[in-house]
Design a protein around this ligand. Structure first.
Ligand SMILES: O=c1ccn([C@@H]2O[C@H](COP(=O)(O)OP(=O)(O)O[C@H]3O[C@H](CO)[C@H](O)[C@H](O)[C@H]3O)[C@@H](O)[C@H]2O)c(=O)[nH]1
Length: 318
């Protein structure tokens, strides 16, 4: 199958590209390299069946060229920073909603049959039910980022029903692993490299969320896409996460231990009752029963995924 991966030079995208190439698909990547890196895909650069387009999806013509001739689009291009919502809401709109609309607009005049989208747990906001199932309502995001992801989901559903393609939407927990270049583990490692004696922790450290390793994420996406293709649903939704969860304070302990340090922890206190920033969901654990029933389960729990990621980012595991 010939596929387009938007954001394919990014963190999750490049791991997905590895898996797709390894299973013999033809892969075209569209990436503006704003957060991703050519290094992440360099092993495929001179490979038959691999094509790289550097381009910004805010440009409609770029997107139109990228979808030409592909059967499926994996849409991972996005700005993943929840925390910038109060300073740069327009940027989150453009890099999550506008680019998705440009993609849908290009897809309606093309032969693309499937769209796979990486949405986020943040669409649930401060969910009243934990673990939160896919049919939880009302969806009330508390960040501009979560709102942008939900808007993108809604547009995808509307376009899929109107223009006869099928869409699979993943609501991801906190995804971590090799090549990630943002988020709590990356931040803690960098802070401790700068000052090994003290670690600043945003919020009160009790923020508790599910973390899923990128290898489990990509396995889940491809397994469930295979199942989705055999089914009939026009649009379907799956949470991908873990059955357990871990606090930011516990993550700080694991990072310190793996770096061989015993820093003093300095909690900033944060906003709105100990959140790291405005819009930071404090408690997040998704129900993954639907994905499990379809035959997927994570290999690493949240604690194992965090420890493995710390080792990967420190350079121990390639
Ligand atoms: O230096 C830091 C950085 C983060 N945190 C805390 O660590 C937790 C996790 O923060 P991340 O930045 O790692 O991740 P987010 O929960 O904000 O969001 C991540 O997971 C979401 C889904 O759950 C989205 O998909 C999003 O794109 C992705 O970055 C937060 O509670 C935050 O307050 C700190 O205490 N100190």
């Amino acid at each position: 199958m010939k596929v387009l991966v938007t954001g394919g030079a990014g963190f999750i995208g490049s791991h997905l590209v590895d898996a797709l190439m390894e299973s013999g698909h033809d892969v075209r990547v569209l990436d503006d390299l704003s957060a991703g890196s050519l290094d992440n895909v360099k092993r495929w650069m001179n490979h038959e069946g691999f094509e790289f387009i550097r381009g910004d999806m805010r440009d409609v013509e770029t997107v139109r060229k990228a979808v030409d001739g592909v059967e499926a689009v994996f849409h991972l291009a996005a700005n993943p920073e929840v925390r910038i919502g109060s300073q740069s809401p327009e940027l989150l709109y453009e890099t999550n909603v506008l680019i998705t609309h440009n993609l849908l607009s290009a897809m309606k005049d093309s032969g693309v049959k499937y769209l796979v989208f990486t949405s986020s747990s943040t669409v649930y906001g401060d969910a009243g039910v934990i673990p939160t199932p896919e049919d939880y309502a009302p969806l009330e995001p508390i960040s501009v980022y979560g709102g942008a992801k939900l808007a993108a989901e809604a547009l995808i559903s509307g376009y899929a029903h109107t223009f006869d393609f099928r869409a699979l939407i993943f609501r991801l927990a906190n995804i971590i692993g090799e090549r990630s270049n943002h988020g709590v583990i990356y931040d803690f490692i960098n802070k401790l490299r700068r000052n090994p004696n003290e670690l600043e922790i945003l919020g009160d450290g009790t923020q508790r969320k599910s973390y899923l390793h990128v290898s489990d994420t990509v396995n889940g996406m491809l397994h469930l896409f295979g199942a989705f293709k055999k089914g009939k649903a026009r649009v379907d939704f799956y949470n991908l996460g873990n059955d357990d969860w871990i606090t930011v304070g516990e993550i700080a302990e694991i990072v310190s231990e793996e770096m061989g340090l015993r820093p003093a922890f300095r909690f900033t206190g944060g906003v709105d009752g100990g959140r790291g920033w405005k819009g930071d969901v404090k408690f997040m654990r998704l129900s993954i029963e639907k994905a499990k029933k379809a035959g997927w389960k994570p290999r690493l729990d949240s604690y194992e995924a965090v420890r493995r990621t710390v080792r990967e980012l420190l350079g121990g595991i390639q």
